[in-house]
Ligand binder design. Structure first.
Ligand SMILES: *Cc1c(COP(=O)(O)O)cnc(C)c1O
Length: 321
């Protein structure tokens, strides 16, 4: 069975819906980063997006596409990370109620942030309950629409707007490096790159310990892996999606990996040289470029910095290590 995939036209439509709601985030450069990379590097800084990550784009777009009836019944998702905050904020801004299913032992700060944006948090015991079963029950009770974090037509289209803005601002690029978890950001970015800078080579970057995307690309099918261990907590997905994989397979140049030590090193460069807080997952693309995992000599290179939400205590530990 084939499902309809989003196209660049859907990214353009998403950018119109997001206009005035999402920040047009800055593109920053650093001569230190250029010297390390041996290239001219343009960082698209989604760590300065509303709620601190690109996920606001996809969440807002998905909610903006609901019918009046669906809006009245509200939205639902399961996440303890950036997608939870994105849905909570995007729903509040559009007058829609949001329920977020989180494990009982989710970090208190993440729960508080989601509640702070107006989301209603429902907890479950991750050792005895299945979150999808909890979601199904709530859906049946309330009629709410489930918005998953990456494998969703409107989420992918929304995520593609960050790369669209980057190309509009800096013009053609030789390379683009994108953080990869479930592939919402990468597949959306690929649609924009193919339309706006067709000769640009686009790479997905995963944590070394969670290279399911790389394995899937090699195998030609979605290869699931056990939950990986990495400090890149936004990329601990166990498989690509039914919608994201075909887009990635069609357009991506390759998928590469970086180590946690390389993520920490990139975090330090951002803090020290660019005075910028970037979360570990947000450093995936940059770490590949700074360590020349893919050599890009004298090229024009784009990097999407995906987010900046990091526990301050953990962050201080990374910087001091
Ligand atoms: C969700 C997330 C990712 C991964 O995005 P996918 O669309 O799942 O590939 C990367 N970085 C940050 C900061 C995220 O929140």
């Amino acid at each position: 069975m084939s499902r309809e995939l989003p196209t660049y036209a859907d990214v353009v439509a998403a950018s119109e819906r997001l206009s005035g709601a999402a920040h047009r985030t800055p593109v920053l450069t650093s001569t230190t980063a250029d010297a390390r990379a041996g290239a001219r590097v343009f960082f698209k800084c989604e760590n300065y997006q509303r709620m601190g990550a690109f996920k606001f784009r996809g969440g807002f777009n998905a909610i903006a596409r609901l019918t009046p009836e669906q809006r009245r019944a509200g939205v639902l998702t399961f996440s303890s990370g950036n997608h939870a905050q994105a849905i909570a904020l995007a729903a509040r801004l559009q007058g829609v109620s949001a329920t977020i299913i989180m494990p009982l032992d989710a970090p208190a700060a993440k729960r508080a942030a989601t509640e702070g944006y107006g989301g209603k948090v429902v907890t479950y015991d991750r050792y005895t309950e299945d979150r999808e079963a909890v979601a199904k029950r709530l859906q049946a009770e309330t009629g709410a629409t489930l918005i998953p974090p990456y494998d969703h037509f409107d989420v992918i289209a929304g995520q593609g707007t960050a790369a669209k803005e980057l190309f509009e601002e800096v013009g053609d690029l030789d390379y683009l490096f994108v953080c990869l978890g479930g592939g919402g950001l990468l597949s959306g970015s690929l649609l924009s790159a193919a339309a706006l800078s067709p000769s640009c080579k686009v790479y997905g970057v995963e944590p070394e310990a969670g290279n399911d995307g790389q394995q899937s690309l090699r195998a030609g099918r979605v290869v699931p892996i056990p939950t990986p261990k990495s400090i890149a907590d936004g990329a601990l997905t166990t498989h690509l999606g039914e919608l994201t994989f075909p887009i990635i397979r069609q357009h991506v140049t390759d998928i590469v990996t970086v180590s946690d030590a390389q993520l920490i090193d990139a975090m330090k460069l951002f803090a020290e040289r660019m005075k910028m807080v970037v979360e570990p997952t947000g450093c995936l693309g940059a770490a590949a470029v700074l360590n020349q995992v893919v050599p890009t000599p004298d090229a024009r290179v784009g990097v999407i910095i995906s987010g900046g939400n990091v526990d301050l205590k953990a962050y201080a530990g990374y910087l001091g290590s």
